[in-house]
Design a protein around this ligand. Structure first.
Ligand SMILES: [Zn+2]
Ligand SMILES: [Zn+2]
Length: 394
């Protein structure tokens, strides 16, 4: 039955491809930034409503849209997540469906994710008698600032759900390839601010001051040892202090310096430990030099870690679409993804869909970002095949 329906979809009369391309292009032309996905959410809700889904809710965790489609027999409850936000980038090039909004662009491929999820919803809604369980679609705001997943989960989107699945189109993976990892897929991403406090004063009377610049210099150096001396060489970790600001003039001792940084790891425990050590070491260095240092955790996303059992099901579905040779295990990426929050709460899988365009390499988050639309039906088929398998009762 599973393969029967998936097989029927493979032999689609072209309606699926047409829907995928139309939705993707219309969404691409009208990108909206994080938490401002108003028209995007309306666009999605309208189409889901037309499918007579069993439940439709808007404004979930901000601008999120949630829809349930129930099968006719008992089975698993699977959540499919698609992110909706674009990026503050002015689109280059001259695509016919180029962004019509100045300074906003779908430069990460979230238009692709939405188009695929919408088409999966249509096909499932029209075949309710042919699958068990329940599928919930979560169209999520604000992935790019890692701020959208948690509010949706806090609003109860995982209630009654026992498995989760999501995909990301990837411009550096060839079309026809699907990357599924049984473990970590993407890194944790935390941003933090360290505020070093000393005591300002005259540049010629340093003994009457506590120089926050000198303390900050020691803090910057000391933090380099957390990866080089406290982390196993076999465990990847990055601490980058990308911004240091303090002082006003050459002859004035600065009383305050603000350091901003980011931490990336592939491991939940290492992440927690290093976050704690950054705060602890910075405070201890500052205190040893008569100053103070305060740690503020600005934003966070845990590492994206797949469940090996669910990943195996996705591999099976992907093989059915792109063949065994098309299923690869891409190296874990040091970028962050807030689908991690869904995977912390439920077993699931996040996989990469090859979408590399012809010609020179294009990176995500650039004005030149493009994908090859031939990836759309592939992503749709893999997602549908995986979901149909995951819905089956044990
Ligand atoms: Zn992105
Ligand atoms: Zn993205």
């Amino acid at each position: 039955m599973t393969t029967g329906l998936a097989g029927a979809l493979l032999a689609d009369d072209g309606a699926t491809v047409q829907h995928l391309v139309t939705h993707r292009r219309e969404l691409h032309a009208s990108p909206e930034l994080a938490f401002k996905e108003i028209e995007t959410a309306e666009y999605i809700a309208e189409r889901l409503d037309a499918l007579a889904v069993d439940r439709l809710e808007t404004g979930v965790g901000g601008t999120g849209v949630v829809a349930d489609i129930k099968g006719e027999a008992p089975g698993h409850a699977v959540l499919i997540r698609a992110d909706m936000d674009g990026l503050p980038i002015q689109e280059a090039g001259d695509l016919a469906f180029k962004s019509n909004r100045r300074g906003a662009m779908h430069a990460c491929g979230h238009d692709v994710h939405m188009a695929i999820a919408l088409e999966v919803a249509r096909v499932l809604a029209e075949n309710r008698d042919r699958f068990p369980g329940m599928v919930r679609f979560a169209f999520q705001p604000a992935e790019e600032c890692a701020g959208g997943a948690k509010p949706m989960i806090d609003a109860g989107v995982l209630k009654g759900i026992d498995r989760v699945i999501g995909l990301h189109v990837w411009s550096e993976l060839p079309v026809g390839q699907i990357s599924v990892r049984p473990d970590v897929v993407m890194a944790s991403a935390d941003q933090f601010t360290l505020t070093v406090e000393g005591k300002g004063g005259h540049g010629a009377q340093p003994h009457q001051t506590i120089d926050a610049v000198v303390i900050a210099a020691q803090v910057v150096s000391a933090l380099q040892t957390l990866v080089s001396r406290e982390t196993a060489p076999s465990s990847p970790a990055v601490i980058t202090l990308g911004s240091v600001h303090g002082g006003t003039a050459a002859n004035i001792v600065a009383g305050e310096v603000v350091i901003q940084g980011t931490l990336r790891t592939l491991d939940r425990e290492l992440r927690t430990r290093l976050l704690g050590r950054i705060a602890e070491l910075a405070a201890a260095v500052a205190s040893a030099m008569r100053g103070r240092c305060e740690f503020r955790h600005d934003s966070a996303a845990p590492p994206v870690i797949n469940d090996p059992g669910i990943a195996a099901v996705v591999v099976e579905a992907a093989r059915g679409v792109v063949g065994a040779e098309g299923v690869v295990t891409f190296e874990p990426l040091m970028v962050g993804e807030d689908f991690a929050y869904f995977l912390e709460a439920r077993p699931g899988c996040f996989f990469l869909l090859g979408g590399a365009p012809e010609g020179p390499r294009v990176g995500h988050h650039t004005a030149e970002f493009r994908i090859d639309e031939r990836c759309l039906p592939i992503g749709f088929q893999v997602m549908t095949g995986a979901v149909l398998r995951l819905l089956q009762p044990d």
